[in-house]
Design a protein around this ligand. Structure first.
Ligand code: F6P
Length: 346
């Protein structure tokens, strides 16, 4: 491609919890920007921390090669929230002002922010400060407003479903109740999808308040009908009266106390965020990344790439910031699971 005079220069950062697919998204933005538009691309280190400290590296076709299948993020990430906390009385510039100054010193025409709810809120606030911003929604939690799905979610559901599949054989051998706690922050998407995919008998999500006695009655009924074991899938965000950090451990203890049945728990934790992205996440992340580059070429700033009804589109960051997408009470998959007899603790 002929060298373009005054090419656009874009920065990419990844912030918040990591997930499979981030590198596919970085690659999608970077390769499209370079190959299709002749843009210059820099990767910012460790999320917004890298903008505060002006730490970045040039991204090229060479160092963007071979990262499609890599888990995590080659740029590093952080949970830095530049707009949190005040700078009153301090001499140095506030973090947002530092970010804006470094954005200008780096000669950026646009900053691509790849992240979940917190990152996208910061991205919106930076766009209000006058930076050209494009957001890309990523998180295993699938709880970003404005998009039907985020990349990271499919990989996490695959990992969690495989774990649940494995619990069936050991629960059957020992005639036990197996409780598995899954991530998802304040939303129940991972627990709902992998609970259905993995044949969970009880699925507890934050969006549906549960009653311990109803769970007791359901599990005892199964045991009395000689169902040798049961699988209980618990989202980490459910509300439990106990202070102990793990809802899975709490439910395991209470189920044993209430039913007398032998019960064990597994907290799957960060396994759900690790490893290579699923093929679907590689595709979705690549599509999101390439679309972000198209938006930059069209100077379509202040928006987030999204998938709506299987189409890749964009939504204003102002509509996304500060919101969380939770499982709806009439969610179609939830309805079908209930019709099949899955217990949601109600
Ligand atoms: O947002 C992704 C996520 O894995 C949540 O599901 C989980 O609650 C949280 O991050 C854990 O945060 P950290 O990685 O800071 O421990």
């Amino acid at each position: 491609m002929n060298k373009i005079k005054n090419p656009q220069r874009i920065g990419i950062l990844t912030a918040g919890g990591d997930c499979p697919g981030i590198n596919a998204a970085i690659r999608g933005v970077g390769k499209t920007a370079i190959v299709k538009y002749g843009m210059q691309v820099v990767g910012i280190s460790d999320g917004f921390t890298g903008m505060i400290n002006k730490e970045f590296t040039e991204l090229t076709e060479h160092n963007l090669s071979g990262i499609l299948t890599l888990g995590g993020t080659i740029l590093g990430t952080s949970r830095e929230k530049p707009f949190k906390g005040s700078n009153k009385g301090k001499k140095e510039l506030s973090k947002p002002k530092l970010i804006k100054e470094h954005y200008e010193q780096m000669g950026l025409d646009c900053l691509v922010c790849i992240g979940g709810n917190g990152t996208l809120k910061t991205a919106y606030l930076l766009s209000e400060e006058g930076l050209n911003i494009v957001g890309i929604p990523k998180t295993i939690d699938n709880d970003v407003w404005g998009t039907d799905i985020t990349f990271g979610f499919d990989s996490a559901v695959n990992i969690a479903t495989e774990a649940i599949d494995r619990l069936h054989s050991t629960a059957n051998s020992h005639k036990r109740i197996m409780v598995i706690e899954l991530m998802g922050h304040n939303a129940g998407w991972i627990a709902l999808y992998s609970g259905v995919a993995g044949g969970g008998d009880v699925i507890l999500i934050p969006e549906i308040p549960f009653n311990e006695n109803n769970i007791r009655d359901y599990l005892l009924k199964r045991a009395n009908e000689y169902k040798p074991y049961s699988i209980v899938v618990v989202a980490e965000g459910i509300k439990t009266p106990s202070k102990d950090k793990s809802p899975g451990q709490y439910l395991s203890r209470r189920i044993n106390e209430l039913t007398g049945l032998e019960t064990r728990e597994t907290v799957l934790g960060y396994i759900q965020r690790g490893g290579s992205p699923s093929p679907m996440d590689r595709i979705l992340a690549s599509r999101f990344g390439a679309t972000a580059a198209n938006m930059i070429a069209e100077k379509e700033y202040g928006k987030m790439v999204a998938q709506k009804n299987c189409e890749i589109t964009s939504v204003p960051l102002s509509e996304v910031a500060g919101k969380t997408r939770l499982v709806e009470k009439d969610n179609p998959l939830l309805m079908k699971a209930k019709e099949m007899g899955t217990n949601f603790g109600e």
